[in-house]
Design a protein around this ligand. Structure first.
Ligand SMILES: [Zn+2]
Length: 453
């Protein structure tokens, strides 16, 4: 059989035009299983032809309509024709784009004669459709740039992109996302009284050799209110002022000066300080130390104590060591850090009294002391950030930054992790992090649709 495909255009002024596209031929005698239905190659060819027909008609209409001056309704003269290659999802189309002379009614042109006007420049600012740019950005944030280019090439009849094109378009989309932040939707009214919680975590990614450092620090996190959440990622080196970037991110989510902000992170001071800088003094920041990190260190102490009392030559009273180790967790969970510190000191003191014991016991005691010391320093450094975790937990409030750690995997490790064997420049990593966060949140389409409108 033979399939004939034709499409009909009706212009706004009522004029009609028919385009005959290449048909599909499936002679019965030579049909093999591979020739059943529309194949990928046929589909790509047909879609490309449809796109070409639509786009050429549309360009024609745009030029015809924009020849009429919007101010005095006289017809503007055509200055010249230029050939333009327009990139779309469904192929690169070469069109003849007219440029128009300015109308004599335009007062500016009399005072300051401008060049000819190009009506197409408004519709194709980058000679590529916004949809194509978004897809480049999305694929580039999910896969390597080369892989993204390959994927596009295998499924779409678009002009095979070079991986640097994917990279550059991702950069442009990332810049657009940062610019359109303030303009995008304002959910401030919907914000409940509980305020915002920011979960923060850091990730290390490999840095390119010319930047004279081994790793780049990527700050990744999640902003949450009771019913909404939003991910973000940034490289502090790549932005002139990470504080103000963070502030934009927060005010975009509905934060207003003076409002309380809860920050949950591990013991690294740089992370809550980033938020404090972002606030710049007009907002309270309550930093809470992540419970999981405390719990892990308590676990180390418990394990070391258990190891000590189980040594055959141990002559002390096991309960004297086990009980303080057990109650540490209870006191810290209920926000009684001072009591926990006393227990820690006691435990360390008890260990020093085992100096006369056999070597195995002394070694185990030294291990208990070292782990108690680690926990003690950790608590002492973060004394201000310890809270009554039990009460928060019972009230259904978050006590751990595990949600930020999820974002680290999503934003940083999946695309830029060490296993990917890629090296990054600060700017490149920042752009990918920004785009990837937007893709994961589903913000890419919304923000760009607004930008295009
Ligand atoms: Zn005019």
């Amino acid at each position: 059989m033979d399939v004939r495909i034709s499409i009909e255009t009706t212009f706004d002024n009522g004029e009609k035009r028919t385009h005959q596209l290449d048909g599909i031929s499936r002679p019965y005698r030579v049909t093999c299983p591979d020739g059943i239905g529309l194949r990928l190659e046929d589909g790509k060819r047909v879609v490309e032809q449809i796109q070409r027909a639509i786009l050429c008609d549309q360009v024609e209409e745009i030029i015809r309509e924009s020849r009429v001056c919007p101010d005095c309704a006289s017809v503007r003269a055509i200055h010249d024709y230029r050939t333009r290659d327009l990139d779309t999802l469904f192929g690169r189309v070469r069109v003849k784009a007219a440029r128009l002379r300015r109308c004599s009614c335009d007062a500016r042109s009399a005072a300051m004669p401008g060049g000819p006007i190009s009506p197409l420049a408004y519709f194709f600012p980058d000679r590529a459709t916004p949809e194509l740019q978004r897809l480049h950005a999305e694929l580039g944030s999910r896969h390597s740039f080369r892989e993204a280019a390959r994927l596009m090439k295998s499924f779409l009849p678009c002009h095979p992109p070079h991986h640097t094109t994917v990279r550059d378009r991702l950069g442009r989309v990332a810049a657009g996302l940062e610019k359109s932040r303030r303009a995008s939707g304002d959910p401030a009214e919907a914000l409940p009284k509980g305020g915002l919680t920011v979960f923060l975590d850091g990730a290390h990614i490999r840095c390119r050799p010319e930047y004279q450092q081994r790793h780049l620090d990527l700050v990744v996190g999640k902003i949450e209110s009771r019913n909404m959440c939003r991910r973000f990622g940034l490289v502090a080196n790549a932005t002139a002022s990470p504080g103000s970037r963070m502030r934009e991110e927060l005010s975009d989510f509905g934060w207003k000066p003076g409002r309380l902000l809860t920050v949950i992170s591990d013991g690294e001071l740089a992370l809550p300080n980033l938020i404090r800088n972002a606030m710049g003094g007009d907002g309270q920041v309550k930093h809470i130390l992540d419970w999981w990190h405390i719990s892990m260190r308590i676990r180390h102490v418990e394990a070391a104590v258990q190891g000590l009392v189980q040594i055959p030559g141990f002559t002390g009273i096991p309960v004297l060591f086990q009980r303080p180790a057990k109650s540490l967790r209870w006191w810290l969970w209920h926000g009684r850090a001072r009591v926990a510190e006393t227990y820690l000191k006691g435990l360390m003191h008890d260990c020093t009294r085992l100096a006369e014991e056999p070597l195995a016991v002394r070694t185990a005691a030294a291990r208990v002391q070292a782990r108690c010391g680690t926990l003690y320093t950790y608590l002492a450094n973060n004394m201000e950030s310890l809270v009554d975790y039990g009460r928060r937990y019972r009230n259904g409030l978050p006590i751990s930054s595990s949600r930020a750690e999820g974002s680290v995997d999503d934003i940083a490790n999946a695309r830029m992790g060490k296993r990917r064997r890629m090296r990054w420049s600060p700017k490149g990593a920042h752009r990918v992090a920004v785009t990837r966060a937007a893709v994961l949140d589903g913000r890419l389409t919304v923000a760009n649709r607004k930008r295009a409108a």
